[in-house]
Design a protein around this ligand. Structure first.
Ligand SMILES: Nc1nc2c(ncn2[C@@H]2O[C@H](COP(=O)(O)OP(=O)(O)OP(=O)(O)O)[C@@H](O)[C@H]2O)c(=O)[nH]1
Ligand SMILES: [Mg+2]
Length: 301
C-alpha cells in the first residue's frame, strides 16, 4: 500500500545557546545556520527543508530567547514567537544540563500554551548529562505541559535525530511538496556570505565587539578567470558600533580582518562550490541596533 505523503511547517524555539541552530544543521545534514559558543548567535528566522521518502519537513530556526536590551533584540524575540502563528508544530529545545525549569523557559512555555499547537520537547546536549538528570528534567517539564512527545538528543553527536524526525512526521498533516527536492534553505547566497562572515567575527572576537556588528554584502558578481574558471567577487562591509571596535576588528597590521575573511572564504568556497575573491571592509555605524530601516531586515518576512 502506498504511504500517505506528509508535509508541514515546524519551528524551533528555546533560550539562547541551547543548540537550536546545531540541531537544525543536524536535522538537515547541511550547514544552514551558523553556530557559536556565544549567546544570541541567530538573529533572524532561517528556513531549512528536509526531504524524506514520505514527507517534506520545512523547519525554521529562530533567535534564542533572552532579556532584550536593544530594539534589535526585541525584534529577534518577536520573530521567535511570531513564527508560532505560521507553523503546524513547535519544537521546544532545552539543555540536558539544566537543573530545573528556569524563568526563561517558563516564559516560552506560556507562549506555547497560548499558541495551542502540537509541541515536542527536545532535550539537547545529552552527551553532557546523565540518564538520571535527563529523567528528572522529563518529569519536571511534563508537569508544566502535556507535550506530544519528549525526545532526548545530542545534535553535536547526531544522537536521537532519526527518532526526532519520526516523531515530527507523526505529527505533521497530510500535504504536498512545497519545495523542490534540491532546495534545502531559503537563504540566498548573499545571506549565506553575510552569516558566514558574522560567524567568523563572533568566533574570533570577544566581549561586546562581535555582538555589535552587522554584515552586509555590497557587491556579488560571478565572472570567469583568464583560465575559464568561475569565480565570485564579493565585497562585504562589517558595521560596528564604535571607532575602538573598528580598531579591534581590523587588528594590528590588519591581521584580525585578514583572519576573519580568510576563514570565511574557505568555508564559503566549500558551501558555494566555487572560487571566491572576498574583500571585507569595516565601518562604524553607531546605534544601528535601534534603527528601524536596519531592524526591518531581521523581521519575519
Ligand atoms: N556538547 C554539546 N554541545 C552542543 C550540542 N548542540 C549544540 N552545542 C553547542 O552549544 C553552543 C550553542 O549552539 P547554537 O546551535 O549556536 O545554539 P543556539 O540555540 O542556536 O543559540 P542562539 O542562536 O544564540 O539562540 C555551540 O557551542 C554548540 O557547539 C550538543 O548536542 N552537545
Ligand atoms: Mg542559533
Amino acid at each position: 500500500m502506498e504511504k500517505i505523503f506528509k508535509s508541514g511547517f515546524v519551528s524551533l524555539v528555546g533560550r539562547t545557546n541551547v543548540g537550536k541552530s546545531t540541531l537544525l544543521n543536524s536535522l538537515v545534514q547541511e550547514e544552514v545556520a551558523i553556530t557559536t559558543k556565544k549567546t544570541q548567535t541567530t538573529r533572524k528566522a532561517i528556513k531549512a527543508i528536509i526531504n524524506r521518502k514520505n514527507s517534506q519537513i520545512i523547519i525554521t530556526d529562530t533567535p534564542g530567547i533572552h532579556k532584550p536590551k536593544t530594539k534589535l533584540s526585541e525584534t529577534m524575540i518577536e520573530t521567535a514567537f511570531g513564527i508560532f502563528k505560521e507553523v503546524d508544530l513547535i519544537l521546544f529545545v532545552i539543555e540536558a544540563t539544566s537543573l530545573d525549569v528556569g524563568r526563561g523557559d517558563r516564559r516560552i512555555l506560556e507562549k506555547i500554551k497560548e499558541a495551542n499547537k502540537p509541541c515536542i520537547l527536545v532535550i539537547n546536549k545529552i552527551d553532557l548529562s546523565t540518564k538520571e538528570q535527563i529523567a528528572k528534567l522529563i518529569s519536571f517539564y511534563s508537569k508544566e505541559y502535556d507535550f506530544n512527545a519528549v525526545v532526548p538528543v545530542s545534535s553535536i553527536k547526531n544522537k536521537g535525530i532519526e527518532v526526532l524526525l519520526l516523531e515530527i512526521e507523526k505529527l505533521l498533516p497530510k500535504g504536498p511538496k512545497y519545495y523542490e527536492d534540491d532546495e534545502y534553505t531559503d537563504q540566498t547566497s548573499r545571506e549565506l556570505v553575510e552569516e558566514k562572515v558574522r560567524e567568523k567575527a563572533l568566533k574570533l572576537l570577544n566581549d561586546e565587539v562581535p555582538h555589535g556588528i552587522y554584515v552586509e554584502v555590497e557587491n556579488f558578481k560571478n565572472r570567469l578567470t583568464k583560465n575559464g574558471e568561475s569565480i565570485i567577487d564579493i565585497d562585504v562591509l562589517i558595521y560596528c558600533l564604535r571607532e575602538s571596535h573598528k580598531g579591534i576588528i581590523i587588528g594590528k597590521d590588519g591581521k584580525m580582518l585578514k583572519k576573519i575573511s580568510t576563514f570565511a572564504r574557505q568555508d564559503l568556497e566549500t558551501i558555494l562550490g566555487t572560487k571566491i575573491n572576498l574583500k571585507v571592509w569595516v565601518k562604524v555605524k553607531e546605534d544601528w541596533q535601534e534603527k528601524e530601516d536596519i531592524i526591518n531586515k531581521f523581521k519575519l518576512k
